[in-house]
Design a protein around this ligand. Structure first.
Ligand code: PLP
Length: 393
């Protein structure tokens, strides 16, 4: 698809190549292998001289349609779809780095991403340094001659801290380092890291791209040259997205612009309301004027996104955790689950769930207090969400 189209049009139309049946909505190709006209064609497909499908571990028309649509939306030359968000991060690291290389990553990454980089990749000879998401001097100081990749997630989870992608990209490129951005929280509708100078985008499609909590999937995006070894890893390792999941995500991408706009509008309404509640100590949402990096967020994002966190003020005799748990347990509508990016709003207590593997000292130092509650705002009416936080009203 050419660039003249608006983003909503690209999300509806890109990647759609009807078969000879002329179907208007993409079909699902639930088959593992593809037939060749003759032995010579098989040879040409395997050698890469002739484009076309071979075997669904690495070529499938439904997965290709998803890849092409997401690539058009992110403004990437190529997209490699994967079985999950974690396998996207694995493929990204395996494709770009070699034994002995060094990665600098934000300390406020998705917890499992930190586990993968430190506990697992370090066993395979990669060195990893974790730094503050927002303190660029720490990134600069962490660079060694072996540094190959910067890995970042912005806004962060759950405190919605924002990192200056353009500044980090400039720093990376001066030292011949690749910047990879996990764009799961924003999606290309809200933020386009490649246009800001990042080299690679990774996604967990499981979240907003699906949008209704059905399937697991992921993606890695970037230039053809950078994606070549990522794709080669996928072809051999088989961390492949299933055709069925690709079809679900394709449908999700068509409505992603209107959904993200609605998530963000409802999240801003909830954040604004929360800020006015006496039982709330502090609200974390990039779309609020009070957010310390509001200006930067509004420069690199089209809105504040769908995630709102806040510190609950304990009542007399109550601990912070008791106050947060009481608020969560009093909800009837909002789902108590750590997932996000669903039409159903979810509520979670990071200190005892997603961030429970981190020591209390390290957790508090990073700002995740025992009274912190995170809401991933869904698509319900905002006044019903407010009313469900009964302990605040
Ligand atoms: C969920 C998530 C992942 C991991 O994705 P899966 O699809 O669960 O493997 C990675 N990064 C972020 C920011 C996430 O929220």
């Amino acid at each position: 698809m050419t660039k003249e189209y608006h983003p909503e049009t690209i999300s509806v139309r890109a990647g759609n190549v009807p078969t000879e049946h002329g179907e208007n909505s993409e079909a699902i190709f639930l088959n593992s292998s593809f037939r060749f006209e003759n032995a010579a064609q098989a040879a040409a497909r395997f050698s890469g001289d002739e484009p076309g499908n071979i075997y669904s571990r690495f070529t499938n028309p439904t997965v290709t349609a998803f890849q092409d649509k997401l690539a058009a939306m992110e403004g990437a030359e190529q997209c490699v779809a994967t079985a999950s968000g974690m396998s996207a991060i694995l493929a990204c690291v395996m494709g770009v780095c070699n034994t002995g290389d060094h990665i600098v990553a934000s300390r406020s990454l998705f917890g499992t991403s930190v586990q993968l980089l430190t506990n697992i990749m370090e066993r395979w000879g990669l060195a990893v340094t974790l730094v503050s998401l927002t303190d660029l001097a720490e990134w600069q100081a962490a660079i060694t001659p072996k540094t190959k990749m910067f890995f970042v997630e912005t806004p962060s989870n759950p405190l919605t801290e924002v990192c200056d992608i353009q500044a980090l990209a400039n720093m990376a490129h001066q030292a011949d380092i690749r910047l990879a951005v996990d764009n799961c929280f924003c999606t290309p509708v809200i933020q386009k890291p490649l246009a800001l100078g990042a080299d690679i985008v990774v996604h967990s499609a499981t979240k907003y791209i699906d949008g209704q909590g059905r399937c697991l999937g992921g993606a890695v995006l970037g230039s053809k040259a950078l994606m070549e070894p990522v794709y080669a890893f996928l072809r051999s390792a088989g961390v492949t997205m299933s055709a069925f999941n690709a079809w679900v995500f394709l449908k999700g991408l068509e409505t992603l612009p209107i959904r993200m706009e609605a998530h963000a509008r409802k999240a801003l309404a909830l954040a604004t309301w929360l800020e006015a509640q006496p039982q709330v100590e502090r609200v974390y949402y990039p779309g609020l004027q009070s957010h310390p990096q509001h200006a930067l967020a509004m420069q690199q994002q089209t809105n504040g996104g769908g995630i709102v966190s806040f510190d609950v003020k304990p009542k007399a005799g109550q601990s912070e955790q008791e106050a947060a748990w009481a608020l969560i347990d009093a909800t009837k509508l909002i789902s108590i689950t750590a997932n996000l990016g669903d039409a159903k709003s979810t509520i979670t207590h990071p200190a005892t769930t997603t961030h429970s593997r981190i020591s209390k000292e390290a957790r508090e130092a990073s700002g995740v207090k025992d009274g912190l509650v995170r809401i991933a705002v869904g698509l319900e009416h905002e006044s019903d969400l407010q009313a469900d936080l009964t302990l605040l009203t």
